[in-house]
Design a protein around this ligand. Structure first.
Ligand SMILES: NC(=O)c1ccc[n+]([C@@H]2O[C@H](COP(=O)([O-])OP(=O)(O)OC[C@H]3O[C@@H](n4cnc5c(N)ncnc54)[C@H](OP(=O)(O)O)[C@@H]3O)[C@@H](O)[C@H]2O)c1
Length: 262
């Protein structure tokens, strides 16, 4: 029988734990008996989480800041994390020539730089301890060119490609550390509202997304894609030229509206 990749782990550090997919990871991993280290920026939500999960540790951190990323790695060491759910992320919607540069650089700092720093910091920590599991939260967006959300799609491509590459490094070096990348399609969370978008396809629930992901992690899967139609999009992106898959994406994105335009 295949070894369960999660059963010998005890403490999960979850970024983006105050909302959506990260909050659902907290719920399901807590129900499985994991200790939790929960992080986000929203102090009130963190306080509520600490009451909901007695014994959990909460860390307020703005992961757009490098120093907060490094502080979080120290907290992971201090509280003996052996799973990292690298989930915090944001999106920016609109034509590249019109989007706000501050929001875009914030997004790059969070989706790319913070994800990279935490991935590396926790990998070093877990390798030194001879065990650990890192889940980077990408998106099916990482497979495609994404007109009207070009920076977001490119940021998720970074997460996908880096995780795939590091997975192979670990495999060929017989590392005890496991890594996976979660690439969901639309999930019912506050993501779109926070990105200022309305009119999106509803998608699966965070509960379904996380349940499927935990099953994938138990099997040590590199690529975890919940929902059949999302798998079809990922496959289609490999079969079609980028101009075609990107044009389909453009048509889908055009149907969305910026909340400020309503
Ligand atoms: N929902 C979807 O359709 C979908 C699809 C594919 C991939 N994803 C990915 O899934 C991940 C989670 O998104 P979600 O859907 O759960 O969205 P969400 O409900 O908006 O949650 C985003 C989380 O990220 C945290 N966050 C945002 N900015 C942060 C910052 N500067 N520093 C630290 N934490 C920050 C937020 O916490 P605070 O507000 O407390 O800081 C929140 O907990 C993201 O990486 C997203 O790209 C989502």
């Amino acid at each position: 029988m295949k070894k369960d990749n999660l059963c010998d782990k005890k403490t999960a550090l979850i970024t983006g734990a105050t909302s959506g997919i990260g909050a659902e990871f907290a719920k399901q991993l807590s129900a499985m008996g994991f200790s939790l280290i929960l992080t986000g920026r929203n102090r009130e939500k963190l306080l509520r989480l600490s009451k909901k999960y007695p014994g959990s540790v909460t860390v307020e951190a703005d992961l757009r800041k490098k120093e907060d990323c490094f502080r979080l790695i120290e907290e992971g060491k201090r509280f003996s994390a052996d799973i990292l759910i690298n989930c915090a992320g944001m999106g920016v919607f609109g034509k590249f020539s019109e989007t706000d540069i501050k929001k875009e650089t914030d997004m790059i700092d969070l989706n790319v730089r913070a994800c990279h720093i935490l991935f590396k910091g926790f990998l070093e920590l877990f390798e030194s301890r001879g065990k650990g599991y890192i889940l980077n939260v990408g998106s099916v967006a990482g497979f495609l060119p994404g007109p009207l959300m070009s920076g977001y799609y490119a940021s998720k491509s970074y997460v996908l490609r880096q995780t795939e590459a590091v997975y192979l490094e670990l495999l060929y070096n017989k590392s005890p550390v496991k890594v996976s990348v979660l690439c969901p399609g639309p999930v019912q969370t506050d993501f779109n509202r926070n990105a200022g978008i309305t009119g999106s396809f509803k998608g699966i629930t965070a509960e379904e997304c996380v349940r499927h992901t935990i099953e994938g992690m138990k099997k040590g899967r590199l690529l975890i894609i919940p929902a059949l139609y999302t798998k079809a999009v990922a496959l289609g992106s490999k079969l079609l030229p980028a101009a075609v898959s990107g044009s389909v994406c453009y048509i889908a994105q055009k149907g969305k509206k910026r909340i400020t335009d309503i």
